[in-house]
Design a protein around this ligand. Structure first.
Ligand code: SF4
Length: 302
């Protein structure tokens, strides 16, 4: 990657990351907001002991409605060295994490890959790449052989929606290719005897207000593209209005049950396997505190 004119992600914004930050908020030093056990992921990821989440600051997609806007847009976090990042992975493993869950890692892919290579011999839990789906070949090639589980979003089929909500009209073009590349890397899902995911791809989709037709189109694409027994999907109903939605008033409400249930029926009729979020999660209860938990280590420099 060229740090002086970054084209790492599909935004290709050309920022000089040695002098400032790009659209994603990323400079030439990794920034993270939290490293801790997290119980709010799908059961096959969180299990009973928690997922070892590392929340990276910044995000290239900058969705208007992001529930993690404190880190994704405001870039809250602190800088850590690659060595410290590698230590954090091992500390999470020592705390009993079922996996290392890299949340929005893409704009720091080369640094994370170095930290993973440093620790891989001592890490015996799966590595999860929890990302927006808006990924370049370069990012995915950087992660090849290092990631066990891809946990990508698939957000929009409609280019009007992706332009309106995430300021990019090519989201589906990019993400549809990226998901196929992820699947080619990790192959069919594998689970432990107690239901934890060891390997494979779990595609997340957040149903949006006024979005059920788009959601159904995405489900049909997933079903046509991947063997349903080889992947898992996670349909999410946790949307709650958040951020500045003045220009998107249609997003300024929670989902209606009928919208979500229509999408769930479609997933069932396509024979898809995975997870359906229950009622009552359309709030911020599952959003962790972004307060540098687990990041700093007493008495050491970052
Ligand atoms: S990774 Fe960040 S700096 Fe690089 S092209 Fe993407 S948005 Fe720009």
């Amino acid at each position: 990657m060229n740090l002086h004119a970054c084209t790492l992600c599909p935004r290709k914004c050309g920022a000089d990351r040695t002098l400032g930050v790009g659209v994603c908020g990323g400079s030439d030093t990794v920034r993270i907001a939290r490293a801790a056990l997290h119980f709010g992921e799908e059961p096959c990821i969180s299990g009973t002991k928690g997922s070892g989440t590392v929340f990276f600051s910044g995000c290239a997609l900058q969705c208007r409605f992001c529930q993690n806007h404190k880190i994704s847009k405001d870039n809250f976090g602190t800088e850590v060295s690659v060595k410290r990042l590698a230590e954090l992975f091992l500390e999470l493993q020592d705390k009993g994490a079922h996996n290392i869950n890299l949340v929005t890692p893409s704009h720091y892919a080369p640094w994370i890959a170095d930290a993973l290579r440093m620790t891989k011999p001592n890490l015996c839990i799966p590595i999860v790449c929890n990302c927006s789906g808006y990924e370049s070949d370069e990012i995915l090639d950087t992660f090849a052989d290092l990631i066990d589980i891809y946990l990508p979003d698939l957000k929009y089929f409609s280019s009007e929606k992706s332009l309106r909500y995430s300021n990019t009209s090519d989201y589906f073009d990019v993400a549809s290719k990226a998901l196929q590349r992820m699947y080619a890397q990790v192959g069919p899902c594998e689970f432990t005897s107690d239901g934890l995911m060891k390997k494979g791809m779990l595609i997340r989709h957040l149903v949006l207000p006024e979005g059920k037709r788009d959601s159904i189109t995405l489900l049909k694409w997933i079903s046509k593209t991947f063997p349903s027994e080889n992947i898992r999907i996670s349909l999410m109903r946790q949307y709650a209005p958040c951020g500045d939605l003045k220009e998107c008033p249609e997003l300024n409400r929670k989902l209606f049950s009928i919208e979500y249930n229509t999408v769930v029926r479609q997933a069932n009729s396509l024979g898809m396997q995975g997870f359906i979020q229950g009622k009552g999660c359309d709030n911020f209860a599952m959003t962790p505190n972004f307060d540098l938990t687990g990041v700093t280590k007493k008495g050491t420099l970052l």
